[in-house]
Design a protein around this ligand. Structure first.
Ligand code: ADP
Length: 830
């Protein structure tokens, strides 16, 4: 500010000074001219004097000098009128003109007197001449004085001006000095500021260097390998751990492409594709890339399993590079393997005894071993419920474990959505009936390529949840449908619903809406997590919509098979013997039908004698259950009609009546047994087994199981069906017994002392008479596909996992298998 003021002031002073200097030079010029006037006055005096002395030519000189005098006076007047000179000057100028005029006149008189005196020299004329000369000379002196006065006044003025100029010069000098001083000060201030800034910069550089060296130490000390990558994908930095892990010196890696050096091939040795390497994807899209199932390659050509994260470095919108952090996970893999082994051992060790416990409890509960006191019955029920819960928990934990470790085996095949829905609903029908919840299926046929057992597992879990959380009397709808290239499955309930806040979290492990759910509803909190993993494994999605208090709908989609939306319809579902149930009482047909279906029979219904005859002709059932007292065509008439038709005369008929056998006339027809209402379940099955297996010879089953408890339970189970069983506790015994017994069915555990299950199967395969024996592999081990291949025997081999299916399911599936065998011509030699 001050500096600017001074500079402004300096500029003003400068322009004033310039003006004063111009004024001075003008005044000085006027002063010169004023002195010139005095000169001309003196010339005039000389000229007039010379004329008096007879020098006539001086008259002309006089005129010329007089003219010059007058011109100079005009010049002075002109100049004075342009300048602002003070009055003093003008006052000194004023007398000059009148004095000059008087001088002129006096001179004229002198010239005339001199002329007369020259022509007539006389004393008188001389006197007149002298008087005129005196007058002229006096006026000349006056004029000279006036001129001098003017010159002096101008000289004074010039000096005043000069003084002003000098003063102004001094001022300017002072200002310049002040300015110089200030600029000097300013320079000093700037210098000190620059100095301070320099010191601060040095300090911050030192700090930055300290941070840099700290970062460097961290990078050097880090256990993970760290690589810096530039925008061209070339390595710019490697920390010592990275160099150690890969076996390359830092200098060997810097400037090279990461892909070329350490990530050129997949773990199986096949080359990594040029496009789509994780680094290039991160650089291109600015995305973070992570993997834990790949390999990096060392300088010596070996590889190691690696987990890495690639994080892009961005400046504004631009990706300028990336940082790769990686670690060798060989040890972790080893630990995972150990954990898997441990899990497998636990699964076997826990599943087998649990299967025994559950089997014995089931037998106790069903009352086949004799009635229990009421309290005992209740205790057994509690034990059954909790064993089931334990089995579920173990299965869920194992499932989650296997899915997480990626060892789960998905056997994908072409299947029909509607059929999967049907299978799932059948599996939970009892649970729903117990909870008094009705199940409604709306299965639209849709072809999908999936692991049917896993889809059924998912549906079963969702339906069981729906049943569990529904009040008695509610309805659960299960549907399949084709939707925009996908198979959509839905399980909708009218239960308690799920709060909005939990809609996402319930798909996570051990997440339940209410902590009491696991206790009261017998849940583990793992079911939905398993469902989600299975669905996602198939490339599908799962979600839930729910309104608290109104109900929930769980939905999932799986990719459908294009162009094959409708599958070829199978002749009939299931593969057990076909039984025609005929009764005019619809509830009898329904209950008996359900019992038979449970046991693996296929059922067709008839509500009158006419209908029974027609269906028997059309579908040729393996046996007919026939009521006697029916409106229209009675049981007796129906039996007789069946006998008359050659297509139906050999179909065994089991009478089901309120009459006992002796109480009423026996119908004339292929009647093999007579059952009395109310129905005894055991008698029903015995009669039917006898009907479909008319030779009457009991089936023989060889049970190969090293756990004697479980073997005993299985034996008891078969006994219920009139099946004879032998037990073998190890592989060698199994081989010996199979030669003696020639079983109709072999139930085989895999983990056995002496020779294991694989060896038993190898041995059987080598023997003509045994290689066709139907086999049920019943093991706690989860078998991989290659294991299953090794174990397949004859035309029928079923794989059942202990703990994975309930003892009831086991019983049902084995009975169904036996039922099927009776209808097939390739029944093993007995
Ligand atoms: P759980 O074995 O406990 O049933 P899930 O993972 O199958 O485990 O389910 C997690 C939780 O989600 C359940 O405990 C329950 O709180 C809630 N849930 C699941 N299905 C339903 C449903 N249909 N209605 C209400 N709540 C449900």
């Amino acid at each position: 500010m001050l500096l600017a003021g001074l500079v402004g002031f300096l500029l003003i002073e400068r322009s004033d000074l310039n003006r004063s200097v111009a004024e001075l030079s003008r005044v000085q010029a006027l002063e010169g001219k004023a002195r010139e006037l005095s000169l001309y006055v003196q010339y005039n005096a000389h000229d007039t004097n010379a004329y008096t002395l007879g020098h006539v030519e001086h008259r002309l000189e006089y005129v010329s000098h007089a003219e010059r005098f007058n011109r100079v006076v005009r010049d002075i007047e002109h100049d004075l009128s342009r300048s602002s000179l003070d009055q003093t000057i003008e006052l000194t100028l004023n007398p000059i003109r009148p004095t000059r005029a008087r001088y002129e006149r006096a001179s004229e008189r002198l010239f005339r007197a001199a002329d007369r005196n020259r022509r007539a020299p006389a004393a008188m004329n001389q006197q007149r001449q002298d008087a005129a000369w005196e007058q002229t000379d006096k006026l000349g002196d006056q004029l000279d004085d006036h001129s001098q006065v003017l010159a002096r006044a101008l000289g004074t003025k010039a000096r005043v001006l000069q003084g002003g100029i000098d003063e102004r010069n001094d001022q300017i000098l002072a200002i310049v000095l002040a300015l110089a001083l200030m600029v000097g000060l300013l320079v000093m201030v700037i210098q000190s500021a620059v100095g301070r800034a320099k010191t601060a910069a040095q300090a911050s550089r030192r700090r930055a260097e300290a941070v840099l060296s700290q970062n460097q130490s961290i990078l050097n000390a880090a256990g993970e390998g760290i690589l810096g990558i530039d925008s061209d994908g070339l390595i710019t930095f490697v920390n010592p751990a990275g160099s150690l892990m890969t076996g390359y010196e830092v200098e060997e890696l810097v400037g090279q492409s990461k892909r070329d050096m350490i990530h050129h091939s997949r773990p199986d040795g096949t080359p990594y594709p040029d496009q789509g390497s994780p680094v290039s994807m991160s650089l291109r899209d600015g995305t973070v890339q992570h993997a834990d199932d790949e390999a990096y390659w060392r300088k010596d050509g070996s590889s190691f399993p690696v987990e890495y994260t690639i994080t892009p470095i961005t400046e504004g919108d631009r990706v300028t590079g990336a940082v790769v952090v990686f670690k060798d996970i060989t040890e972790r893999r080893e630990m995972e393997r150990t954990k898997d082994e441990f899990t497998a051992v636990v699964s076997h060790e826990l599943r087998t005894p649990l299967t025994s416990i559950r089997g014995s409890l089931g037998l106790l509960e069903s009352g086949v071993l004799g009635p229990l006191p009421e309290k005992g019955q209740r205790m057994v029920e509690i034990a059954v419920q909790n064993t089931d819960r334990l089995v579920r928990l173990i299965n869920d934990i194992l499932d989650i474990e296997r899915i997480a470790s990626g060892t789960i085996d998905m056997q994908q095949e072409l299947c029909d959505g509607a059929e999967l829905v049907e299978r799932s609903v059948q599996g939970v029908a009892q649970l729903a009936a117990d909870a008094q919840v009705s199940l409604v299926t709306e299965g639209e046929r849709v072809a999908l390529f999936a692991d049917p057992d896993r889809v059924v597992q998912t549906l079963t879990n969702l339906i069981s949840n729906a049943v569990k959380f529904s009040p008695p009397g509610a309805c659960v709808r299960v549907s399949s449908a084709a939707r925009e290239g996908e198979a959509l499955f839905e399980v909708a309930d009218e239960g308690r619903g799920i709060p909005t806040a939990n809609l996402e979290s319930i798909f996570e492990r051990f997440q339940q809406v209410d902590a009491s759910d696991s206790r009261e509803k017998g849940g583990t909190g793992l079911g939905l997590a398993i469902c989600q993993t299975i669905v996602e494994h198939h490339g599908g999605r799962i979600w839930v919509n729910s309104t608290a208090g109104v109900g929930s709908t769980f939905s999932f989609v799986l990719p459908a098979v294009k162009g094959e939306r409708v599958l070829a319809a199978e002749a009939a579902s299931g593969d057990g013997p076909l039984v025609l149930v005929c009764d005019d009482d619809a509830s009898v047909v329904e209950v008996v039908g359900a019992m038979l279906t449970q046991r693996g029979y296929r059922v067709i219904e008839a509500h009158s004698g006419e209908q029974a005859l027609q269906r028997a002709l059309d579908e040729r059932p393996d046996a007919i259950l026939l009521d006697l007292l029916m409106p229209g065509m009675s049981g007796w008439e129906t039996a007789a009609a069946l006998k008359r038709h050659p297509e139906t005369d050999d179909i065994p008929v089991v009478i089901l009546s309120v009459f006992s056998e002796g109480e009423s006339e026996a119908p004339d027809g292929p009647v093999v047994s007579w059952l009395e209402k109310p129905l005894d379940e055991r008698a029903l099955f015995e009669a039917l087994e006898h009907a479909v297996n008319p030779h009457g010879e009991p089936f023989k089953v060889l049970i190969v199981e090293d756990d004697p408890d479980l073997a005993e339970i299985l034996t008891a189970m078969f006994e219920r069906h009139g099946i004879v069983s032998w037990m073998a506790g190890d592989g060698r015994e199994a081989i010996e017994l199979s030669q003696r017994v020639l079983p109709d069915l072999l139930v085989l555990d895999i983990g056995l002392p002496e020779a294991d299950g694989f060896e038993v199967v190898d041995w059987l395969r080598r023997h003509e008479r045994l290689r066709a024996v139907p086999l049920v592999v019943y093991t706690a081990r989860e078998l991989e596909e290659h294991d299953r291949e090794r174990l397949r025997l004859g035309a029928t081999t079923e794989f059942l996992t202990k703990g994975r299916i309930t003892p009831q399911d086991f019983e049902q599936r084995v009975m169904r298998l036996l039922g099927r065998l009776t209808r097939e011509p390739a029944v093993p030699v007995r």
